[in-house]
Unconditional design. Structure first.
Length: 222
């Protein structure tokens, strides 16, 4: 496959690139300032793209002549502090372009849009056990991003919500997969390493499931 990754230098994006290229996929690594860590990797083509530039995003997703059109695009962008307008606008733009090109989109979103375990009527974003007040804006932006995907009539997308805690760690290649409810381990923890999340991203692109909203979590205790 040829996979475009928008947000290539971020914690998740960089690991998705590593995972995809290690499996032999061609990767177009899109970011405002491409990093040099993939220099010399024949499977990775860094491309400088401003996510605010619709023409540049379209050209990047269409791929260059040497690669052909992208088969899928992974959207994994975040801003600090959170910028919901940018996140929603970028998501809509990528969905629009991908729909026109016939490209599948995998959006790495947030956990806030998931249902709370044991309380399905309560979104994680509204559950202080998982989302303290100081990150509620981040959770709300993730919900808005998911709603943008759900309201797009022509998009071929899957929205991947991480568990409550996502951090750099070790790739085990093992994880639990769910749909619309936060996954919590027997130890009460809801987490996954960015490396295993990246493995789940590429697994989903290689073997698409039927669900437009999925989540993953570490297999076993932390």
């Amino acid at each position: 496959m040829t996979i475009a990754v928008l947000g290539a230098t971020g914690m998740v994006g960089s690991r998705v690139i590593n995972e995809a290229s290690a499996r032999g996929h061609q990767v177009i690594a899109l970011s405002r300032k491409p990093a040099g860590e993939n220099a010399g990797n024949p499977n990775v083509t860094p491309v400088a793209v401003d996510a605010n530039d619709s023409h540049a995003v379209r050209e990047a997703l269409a791929g260059c002549a040497s690669h052909g059109a992208s088969d899928a695009v992974v959207l994994t962008v975040r801003t600090v502090p959170v910028d919901e307008e940018f996140l929603v606008g970028t998501t809509r733009k990528v969905l629009d372009i991908a729909a026109q090109l016939g490209v599948r989109v995998l959006v790495v979103g947030g956990a806030g849009a998931l249902r709370s375990p044991g309380a399905p009527e309560l979104l994680v974003a509204d559950n202080p056990a998982y989302v303290p007040a100081d990150i509620k804006a981040v959770a709300a932006a993730g919900i808005a991003q998911l709603r943008t995907c759900q309201s797009h009539a022509d998009a071929d997308y899957v929205y991947l919500s991480p568990p409550a805690l996502l951090e750099p760690g070790v790739r085990t290649g093992r994880y639990r997969r769910g749909t619309d409810t936060l996954l919590v381990g027997a130890d009460g923890q809801s987490w996954i390493s960015a490396e295993d999340l990246a493995a789940a991203v590429i697994d989903e692109l290689e073997t698409p499931g039927p669900d437009p909203l999925i989540t993953v979590a570490h297999h076993g205790e932390r």
